[in-house]
Ligand binder design. Structure first.
Ligand SMILES: Nc1ncnc2c1ncn2[C@@H]1O[C@H](COP(=O)(O)OP(=O)(O)OP(=O)(O)O)[C@@H](O)[C@H]1O
Ligand SMILES: [Mg+2]
Length: 337
């Protein structure tokens, strides 16, 4: 039984750019899939194929059990979409934008108005509710676009980089909204460039690069493959490097690396903040003065580095994928229109 979002072998080519090169996905009902990848990886193209905005050259896709290629209209009725580029009507106010979406979904006017009030409140737009959206800041537009996607509560939601451009507070708040949504049974596919975000929200993560899923698993599984957490220490005196290294060896679950010139020692660990506190105490007991210490968690870059042996950007440059860059620019221009 395929999940609420299912794709098999999706291929999409734009000129000589292979945006999707055989993407497979299976998202069980009521769960969140995080699609993680750098610029140009194929995240938006995947979302557009699954939400009927783009027809794949090859492959199959089912959303809420409905064949996306055969019954696009039915699929549209079962999904909510918040795009990477906010799709709000500039000349309508925030309130009117939300009201209009309700009417598109054939909600009764009174109900649509009440829902708009609720969402404006939830997304902290009440004060700006009666101003045209063209006067909104980037973050406000983004929030309005997300609110619009939530006017009706469809069983399957797609959010393309929902928190890009939001400040930390708004990002946290959106995470809460998303968690609530999912606890109500919604299936969600979200794309992001932040491992941390996928970490907070997603049950499963697919890492995409060059139109292909290069790794999948839970956030813990991916981090484990990446080498997990590390403690980094910068000692004050060069003479203390050897003793510090000995201390770290006692806590680490792998080899300690030492960078002599920066006096920085790094060791893979598991145990988070509690372990960090223990390391600090032990270094103190031994009389080792430190300039800096921290727990470093793997980032998207680390995941990429460990999966491909390259950083995301480096890889693009090395392969000389100028066509990609051009295609990307062209697309951005199109969407900006
Ligand atoms: N309409 C289009 N015309 C030409 N090329 C396109 C088009 N849409 C996407 N592409 C190309 O397909 C590739 C994948 O693009 P996509 O937008 O799916 O990436 P993304 O993972 O969403 O990136 P970002 O993080 O920048 O949003 C890129 O190389 C892009 O240039
Ligand atoms: Mg995108």
């Amino acid at each position: 039984m395929p999940g609420a979002i299912y794709a098999e072998g999706l291929v999409k080519t734009f000129g000589d750019v292979k945006a999707l090169d055989g993407v497979d996905l299976d998202v069980p009902e009521g769960t969140v899939l995080g699609l993680l990848g750098p610029n140009g990886a194929g995240k938006t193209t995947t979302v557009r194929c699954l939400t009927t905005l783009l027809r794949p050259d090859r492959g199959k896709a089912f959303v809420a059990g409905i064949d996306v290629l055969k019954h696009p209209n039915e699929v549209r009725r079962s999904i909510g979409l918040s795009g990477q580029f906010a799709a709000v009507d500039e000349y309508l106010t925030g309130r009117e934008n939300l009201h209009m979406v309700g009417q598109l979904y054939q909600m009764r006017s009174k109900l649509a108005k009440a829902r708009a009030v609720e969402l404006l409140e939830q997304f902290h737009l009440t004060e700006a509710a009666d101003r045209p959206a063209k006067t909104y800041s980037g973050g406000m537009r983004r929030r309005l676009d997300l609110a619009a996607a939530l006017v009706v509560s469809p069983p399957v939601m797609f959010m393309d980089e929902p928190t890009t451009g939001l400040d930390p507070r708004n990002r946290q708040q959106l995470w809460e909204v998303i968690k609530q949504l999912v606890s109500g049974g919604t299936t969600l596919l979200l794309t992001t460039q932040y491992l941390e975000e996928a970490d907070h929200l997603a049950h499963d993560i697919c890492v995409v690069d060059h139109g292909r899923v290069i790794a999948r698993g839970t956030s813990d599984e991916l981090k484990a493959r990446t080498g997990g957490e590390r403690v980094e220490v910068v000692v004050h005196d060069r003479e203390h490097i050897a003793t510090a290294s000995e201390v770290l060896r006692g806590f680490g679950k792998g080899e300690t690396t030492v960078e002599e010139h920066t006096r920085m020692l790094t060791v893979p660990v598991s145990g988070g903040a509690k372990l960090l506190a223990e390391v600090i105490r032990e270094l103190d007991t031994r009389g080792i003065e430190i300039d800096d210490i921290g727990l470093r968690r793997p980032t998207l870059d680390d995941v990429f580095l460990s999966l491909t042996g390259h950083l995301a950007e480096q890889r693009d440059e090395e392969n000389g994928t100028a066509a990609d860059a051009k295609g990307h620019q062209k697309k951005k221009e199109e969407e900006a229109k």
